[in-house]
Write a protein that binds this ligand. Structure first.
Ligand code: NAI
Ligand code: MG
Length: 355
């Protein structure tokens, strides 16, 4: 089968790790008889330099004509002084909005070989395999009214946390579907003891659950969830939550199981999907060929799983990554004494050898 892939390398280490991911995709494509048609687009600072716009129309068009978007990272000092509306990150926010990517998936999987560099006890982390599903297009980050204004003789800042029934329903459905392919457990996280928006969230998730009786559902307050994640992370499978709580919990889950260079993500809508590493453009190491390509490579693996529906190809990549780590290969960011320091190219080649 043929898939159209929009390739958006962006800034900093973006082009270096994107090249690595595409080499890995090409290696698995042979094995599974998949065809990829890549179309490259500009985004972020690179797009600002070329067109003045962090998300040019041409890029959006390429994205909308694709089956999946691969995005590396955007941003850098060069563009830091532009107004918020014109900055590289605006390109990211806009493409997510334009593609109506309402859910962000962040797997948190502990790699045994890296446990030595984890600040948490091996017994606690070993075997952790969870995914945080964060609502991405609603909630307090977008709710109206919002602003800063004068009231009663002083300034006041305000935002609105708001969720429509349909927004909760579609992400709850996605969470239950994904749980079906995993350990069949969903933890819905809210603050229903204080917030009306959370009371509705809980009601709709419970209602949606009636179509997924084979999946276990539990509700948890966000403060408790933050605590349980560090106390007993193994008990979680799928965590589903709103935009603000998900922003925080997905970072927490990520820090628990891996370092930044290891963490992939997927953003899913009804029609489009975008796959990108969690980390940024790492300007401090850009251009040196030493970036860790694994987060980008694992993001491409999520694409094989979710968009291409070839889970076995995704597992092949994940297993190859695990083997290479077990063999002691490390890029600088995950290096520890006694392991073999490699650059981006060497890491990528080692992974491909195991596919
Ligand atoms: P960052 O994630 O780019 O880097 C944080 C630290 O982790 C740096 O020391 C970096 O060298 C290291 N690092 C990150 N990814 C790595 C990799 N694959 N291999 C090896 N080391 C890696 O976050 P930072 O420094 O806060 O932001 C840098 C730029 O990236 C800023 O312009 C920021 O706005 C942008 N950014 C973009 C994101 C995106 O495109 N999704 C997300 C976060 C930040
Ligand atoms: Mg965050």
């Amino acid at each position: 089968r043929t898939f159209k892939i929009a390739v958006l390398p962006g800034d900093g280490i973006g082009p270096e790790i994107m090249e690595a991911a595409i080499e890995v995709l090409n290696a698995v494509s042979k094995k599974y008889d998949l065809q990829f048609e890549y179309k490259e687009g500009l985004i972020g600072g690179a797009a600002i330099d070329a067109t003045g716009d962090p998300l040019p129309d041409e890029t959006l068009k390429i994205a909308k004509e694709s089956d999946a978007v691969l995005l590396a990272a955007v941003g850098g000092e060069k563009w830091d002084n532009l107004p918020t509306d014109k900055r590289p990150e605006k390109g990211l926010l806009r493409i997510r909005k334009e593609l109506e990517l309402f859910a962000n998936l962040r797997p948190g999987k502990a790699y045994t070989a890296l446990l030595d560099s984890s600040p948490l006890k091996e017994t606690l982390i070993k075997g952790v395999d969870l995914v945080v599903i964060r609502e991405l297009t609603g909630g307090i980050y977008f709710g109206e009214p919002r602003g800063i204004e004068e009231r009663k003789g002083e300034k006041v800042g305000f935002n609105t946390m708001i969720y429509y029934e349909h927004e909760v329903k579609r992400i709850a459905k996605l969470a239950f579907e994904i749980a079906r392919g995993r350990k069949k457990k969903v933890t819905s996280v809210d603050k229903a003891n204080v917030l009306e928006v959370s009371a509705l969230w809980r009601e709709i998730v419970t209602e949606t659950h009636s179509d997924y009786q084979d999946v276990e559902l539990e509700h948890m307050y966000v403060d408790n969830c933050a605590m349980q994640l560090v106390r007993r992370p193994k008990d979680f499978d799928v965590i589903v939550t709103g935009n603000l709580f998900g922003d925080i919990l997905s970072d927490e889950a990520g820090a628990l199981t891996g370092s930044l260079g290891m963490l992939p993500s997927a953003s899913i809508g009804e029609r489009y999907a975008l796959y990108e590493p969690v980390h940024g453009s790492a300007p401090d190491i850009a251009g040196q060929g030493i970036a860790n390509p694994i987060a980008m490579i694992l993001s491409a693996a999520m694409m094989l799983d979710i968009t291409c529906k070839v889970p076995q190809a995704a597992r092949d990549i994940e297993n190859a990554v695990e083997k290479v780590l077990n063999e002691g290969y490390r890029t600088g960011d995950i290096w520890s004494p006694g392991t073999k320091k490699v650059n981006t190219k060497e890491m990528t080649e080692a992974i491909i050898e195991h596919i």
